[in-house]
Design a protein around this ligand. Structure first.
Ligand code: DAH
Length: 335
């Protein structure tokens, strides 16, 4: 075999090496097969590229340059084919890079319901067990539902523009959830057993116990022969369920235009001598029944309206109502 033949055989071998190598890298079905191909072709010890490189010593000097150039091209092509293969299989490894599975986990921060929402949900649940269903009314209310139908006369100080958010056109932001009593009775005949929970608005100066917006729970029960004893029983059972068996509540004679007789309901504040008003209550005034077309000779009922913030504050020992509206997560996270 002459030197020329030997050189052209060697060139043919480089062609074959390139074709087989590229095929091996491209057809590798997984990282293991790719690695087997890498060892066979690009392996430093016995790889075929390495052998082809060593063969250059045996190439006649006049063919060395061409062989060398071709060899470099083949080696480059095989390295590229291997890189391509790595890209196909390396992805998971790339994601896992930098992941230390032995590090302690970082718990995701869970959100939860605002304490006032928790209170509202619990009240709905509690009164649900006493047979009360939930009613709703609008926060933008007309003056008729907020005052007239509740037997609050034109001259009554509760209508003072300085004590209410009036809107154009005979509307206002409701100042009490008692409005919902009227809306319910307008729509359905007795018997009625509902609560309504929602926001009410009064232009009070904000301090530790006042806000221009707060929440009330309104209750209304109408049937034949409902008495004040029913009212007191329901409120006492409610207070004990929500605030604890040992909680004391008391009823003080009072006046509301929409109830007769009327009481104010106090709860004992944190066991001490201090009593804090929970809200008002009473037996529905016959004039209110007349306004909604109920017969006051046939039906009687009780109503109550309690402040939700106060209940929530009493339950959790919160001493400043403003904390409930600040949305400071350091505060909210405690509940
Ligand atoms: N609406 C009254 C208020 O906001 C509270 C109230 C008193 C509601 C007596 C009632 C009630 O249903 O019977 O001050």
């Amino acid at each position: 075999m002459g030197p020329l033949e030997s050189a052209s055989d060697s060139m043919a071998e480089l062609d074959a090496l390139e074709a087989e190598g590229v095929k091996a890298f491209h057809s590798a079905a997984n990282a293991d097969e790719l690695e087997t191909a890498r060892i066979a072709f690009l392996g430093q010890k016995q790889g075929r590229v390495k052998s082809a490189q060593e063969r250059i010593k045996t190439i006649p000097s006049d063919a060395k340059k061409a062989y060398g150039q071709r060899f470099n091209a083949v080696r480059g092509a095989l390295e590229n084919a291997w890189e391509d293969g790595k890209k196909r299989f390396d992805k998971p490894a790339a994601i896992i890079q930098g992941l230390d599975v032995t590090l302690p986990g970082r718990a995701p921060r869970l959100g939860h319901l605002h304490p006032l929402t928790q209170t509202a949900t619990e009240l709905i649940d509690l009164f649900g067990r006493f047979g009360f269903s939930v009613a709703r009314g609008p926060e933008v209310e007309d003056v008729f539902h907020n005052f007239d139908a509740l037997n609050i006369p034109d001259s009554h100080p509760a209508r003072d523009p300085l004590d209410n958010f009036y809107l154009p056109g005979g509307f206002m932001l409701r100042s009490q959830t008692s409005t919902v009593q009227i809306r319910v009775m307008e729509k359905q005949p007795p018997p009625v057993r509902v609560i309504a929970i929602g926001r009410v608005y009064r232009p009070d100066t904000v301090d530790a116990t006042h806000s221009f917006m707060f929440h009330q729970i309104e209750g209304l029960m109408v049937d034949r022969k409902v008495t004040m004893a029913d009212l007191k029983t329901v409120l006492r059972l409610f207070a004990q369920s929500y605030l604890g068996e040992d909680v004391k509540i008391r009823f003080r004679p009072s006046f509301f235009p929409f109830t007769e007789p009327s009481v104010e309901v106090d709860m004992q504040w944190h066991g001490g001598d201090r009593w804090v008003e929970m809200g008002g209550a009473g037996m529905v005034d016959p004039n209110v029944f007349r306004a909604v077309g109920y017969d006051p000779d046939k039906y009687s009922g009780f109503a109550f309206g309690l402040g939700i913030e106060r209940l929530c504050m009493r339950r959790h020992g919160i001493d400043d109502i403003r904390l409930l509206y600040k949305n400071d997560t350091r505060f909210l996270e405690q509940f």
